[in-house]
Design a binder for this molecule. Structure first.
Ligand code: SF4
Ligand code: SF4
Ligand code: SF4
Length: 274
């Protein structure tokens, strides 16, 4: 019952967002966009909770392909971080800016890094690689994310500063080339560090937005310490090296949780829950 209430609440949250943006911009696209994403997400979690093995992967592809192929490639919207800066500098509160606000800046206060577990088109491919859990200790190179974050900001800032013509076309190419680079670097790093999520842990600029908001996330894995038998099984299946047995906000790698629910699934006494 609790699970069903959560799913209905999640679906309603997306429907409310869809209606607000549809009404605010008088544009049916927002109604379709957020309803589609919310429905995919809710169905995926429902299937996963009912032990359908590849449910999360299905959601990743249903949402990831929609954003990458339909919005990014066919509709020529740059949904990457440089697209966010581009629309922000233009003063246009649409497209990538709304996407970032909902999925990556304000949304994570409610649903943490659910984006990273269920919707990201980069991780959709990286999760197919063989290293679902890191085979090596975590590297101390997470500072690279700040470099890529600032790099994206200055890239777009310089285009505006120099008043380069046809920035919109540059944004389309930057989306295509940027995604190819993300996949290439992500795959190389996954094999080098034997960790599918190495790109997410060290390089991805979007985590600069995601991590602080997800620190305060309402939705998070919690441990019923009365039931926990300290077997450590949960940590062996976590792709993001989170110490989910610690209920504090300052838990090790707490802002990395992508809500994949693997730990909950593998906990023998069912001590973990959302
Ligand atoms: S960290 Fe970046 S690449 Fe990884 S899933 Fe999240 S948004 Fe995608
Ligand atoms: S295994 Fe648990 S703690 Fe680790 S990312 Fe998945 S849901 Fe989060
Ligand atoms: S798998 Fe469950 S019982 Fe074992 S340490 Fe983790 S939370 Fe505790």
């Amino acid at each position: 019952m609790k699970k069903n209430n959560f799913l209905i609440g999640l679906w309603l949250l997306f429907i409310i967002i869809a209606i607000i943006f549809w009404q605010a911009y008088d544009n049916y696209f927002y109604l379709f966009n957020f309803s589609y994403i919310g429905t995919c997400l809710t169905c995926g979690i429902f299937l996963y909770a009912n032990k359908v093995k590849y449910a999360r992967r299905l959601v990743q592809f249903a949402i990831g392909l929609y954003l990458l192929v339909y919005l990014g490639i066919l509709s020529k919207e740059n949904m990457q971080i440089e697209g966010f800066w581009y629309y922000l500098f233009l003063g246009v509160f649409e497209a990538a800016v709304i996407h970032y606000l909902v999925a990556k800046i304000i949304g994570p206060l409610f649903f943490g890094r659910g984006w990273c577990g269920y919707a990201c088109w980069t991780a959709m491919i990286l999760d197919l690689l063989p290293y679902k859990v890191a085979k090596q200790p975590r590297q101390k190179i997470g500072f690279i994310r700040y470099i890529t974050f600032l790099g994206s900001f200055f890239f777009v800032g310089v285009l505006f500063w120099l008043q380069v013509p046809h920035i919109n076309k540059i944004m389309v190419w930057s989306f295509l080339i940027g995604n190819l680079l993300y996949y290439l670097i992500g795959i190389v790093l996954a094999y080098h560090y034997q960790d599918n999520r190495a790109f997410c842990k060290y390089i991805c600029p979007i985590t600069v937005f995601l991590k602080p908001a997800s620190y305060y996330s309402l939705l998070r894995v919690q441990n019923d310490t009365q039931k926990c038998i300290s077997c450590g099984k949960c940590k062996t299946v976590c792709p993001m090296d989170v110490d989910m047995t610690d209920n504090s906000r300052t838990r090790t790698n707490g802002t990395e949780c992508i809500l994949c629910l693997q730990c909950i699934d593998h906990c023998p006494p069912k001590a973990l829950h959302l």
